[in-house]
Ligand binder design. Structure first.
Ligand code: NAI
Length: 462
């Protein structure tokens, strides 16, 4: 019999939200012998598994296969791209999501976790109500995540969609306007272009992916233009109207762009409204829940993790937060999660991967004592084989460690692991230069960049 208000269930932790942050916290807490209730109103796995990372990367993989097929004949493999069968693409995507979902459900079921389906709401700082069921926690973990946001006055409906709806389109649009040239914007622009649509990206700031190094933004813009994607930066959106046949998007400079679909990708906002956080005394700032570096909210024994906490909105940050909080509650004194050491990968074509400081941030921290080095993928054998262009950019403290690594080119996301070790372990270029990188891999480009910064370039043009 589930407990009711008269006879509450009591746990070491009650976790609200079963996405990356929440379920990671639950699994780690259970491993550590803590009693856990995990409350989820939708599907276990949250945004990442059902509406984010996994389904979008499946689409991006299908997009890559389409492009490879389109270009196959140029390397002597005669093939013709006959078209995109969106139903099949979606069933492939759902197959991937479904298998991972099943696996995750199995993991949670086999751990000593009480999984509670339903919308939870804080009654006070120790108590969560899920319908009639009352769960009491010695600790509460808020892990309710984020959702796409729109602009004031821009209603999401019909041909005006966010990434949530874009993942389930039943028809491929011929002309798409993507509003926002951040991570979601450039990934979807890439997919739609690969699937044959005419794409225009509208970005208010002066460059695409504004959180990355400016030279990465410039390279991406060049690559997109080569792919016939129209890039409009410094362009402010003014309004959109939709009818039976399309949507008209107007910019502040008076330009109107006609399209079949407007994808709004202007950021994601927190999910915290109506969940009783403020009534329980928890400080909420524009919907986000601020914490200290140990992820404690202002209320004792209440923690927040993942996208709900201001900072990078990434699934792997959520996992790290969740694990951290479980260990913290178990008394293990874990090391806090440092956003600057979190690797970032954007899976458009070409891919972008980065970790650590940009040159600008390094200069803000270390003044003139900063050196950079760009290694062009033109000198890398595997990059030539793949036919990709791009570079690896290192940022180091003069005579000191590498503090930032930034990469663009096909498949560079796969290189982020080594880049992360270099930056997190504060390696000097000389340390990396002494490691042998396998040939021919794009990984060598990382090695070559460090060789060059260590003063002994091999395949590097001055
Ligand atoms: P974002 O913050 O990365 O980009 C939003 C972009 O929209 C910004 O460049 C902003 O300048 C622009 N913008 C805002 N208002 C605008 C306007 N009125 N007109 C034109 N442009 C406007 O947010 P995004 O792309 O929606 O992604 C949300 C979060 O999800 C990000 O934190 C991102 O890191 C995360 N994410 C990560 C992925 C990955 O790791 N591969 C994939 C997808 C999302």
């Amino acid at each position: 019999m589930p407990a009711t208000a008269d006879a509450p269930d009591t746990y070491d932790l009650v976790i609200l939200g079963g996405g990356s942050g929440g379920y990671a916290c639950a699994l780690r807490a259970a491993q550590l012998g803590l009693s856990v209730a995990l409350v989820e109103r939708d599907k276990l796995g949250g945004t990442c598994l059902h509406r984010g990372c996994i389904p979008t990367k499946a689409l991006l993989h299908a997009a890559e296969v389409a492009d490879e097929t389109r270009h196959a004949a140029s390397i002597g493999v005669n093939a013709v791209l006959e078209g995109i069968d969106l139903d099949k693409v979606l069933s492939y995507q759902q197959g991937v999501v479904g298998r991972l979902h099943k696996g995750l459900q199995g993991l949670v079921a086999s751990a000593a976790i009480t999984y509670v389906e339903g919308g939870g709401r804080l009654v006070d700082a120790q108590t969560v109500a899920v319908g009639d069921r009352i769960l009491t926690g010695r600790h509460l973990v808020l892990a309710t995540g984020s959702q796409p946001r729109s602009l004031p006055g821009l209603e999401i409906s019909g041909r005006i969609v966010t990434s949530d709806q874009a993942l389930g389109l039943t028809e491929l649009p011929e002309r798409v306007v993507v509003l926002g040239g951040g991570v979601i914007g450039v990934e979807f622009a890439s997919v739609f272009a690969s699937f044959g649509a005419q794409v225009t990206v509208v970005e208010a700031l002066d460059r695409l992916v504004p959180a990355e190094e400016p030279s990465i933004s410039a390279q991406l813009t060049r690559a997109f233009r080569k792919r016939k994607i129209t890039v409009r930066t410094g362009a402010r959106f003014s309004g959109a109207t939709q009818g039976e046949d399309g949507v008209s998007v107007t910019l502040e400079d008076g330009t109107t762009i006609e399209a079949d679909l407007l994808l709004v990708a202007v950021g994601r906002g927190p999910v915290s409204e109506g969940l009783g956080y403020e009534q329980a005394g928890i400080v909420v700032d524009r919907g986000f829940v601020p914490t200290d570096e140990r992820l404690r909210t202002n209320v004792e024994n209440v923690y927040a993790v993942g996208d709900l906490v201001p900072g990078l909105q990434l699934a792997h940050r959520g996992f790290a937060h969740g694990i951290f909080v479980a260990e913290q509650i178990a008394g293990l004194s874990p090391t806090p999660v440092d956003d600057t050491l979190i690797p970032k990968v954007t899976y458009c074509d070409p891919e972008i991967a980065s970790v650590g400081l940009t040159e600008e941030r390094a200069r803000a921290a270390y003044g003139d004592e900063v050196q950079t080095y760009d290694y062009n993928l033109g000198g890398n054998g595997k990059s030539q084989i793949l036919g990709t262009q791009g570079f690896v950019r290192l940022v180091r403290r003069t005579d000191g460690p590498v503090v930032g690594i930034h990469m663009i080119g096909a498949r560079v996301g796969e290189q982020i692991g080594e880049a992360q070790l270099i930056v997190s372990w504060e390696a000097h270029p000389e340390d990396v230069a002494s490691l042998i990188h396998a040939h021919p891999t794009q990984n060598e480009a990382l090695g070559e960049a460090h060789l060059a910064l260590a003063g002994k370039p091999l395949h590097a043009h001055a």
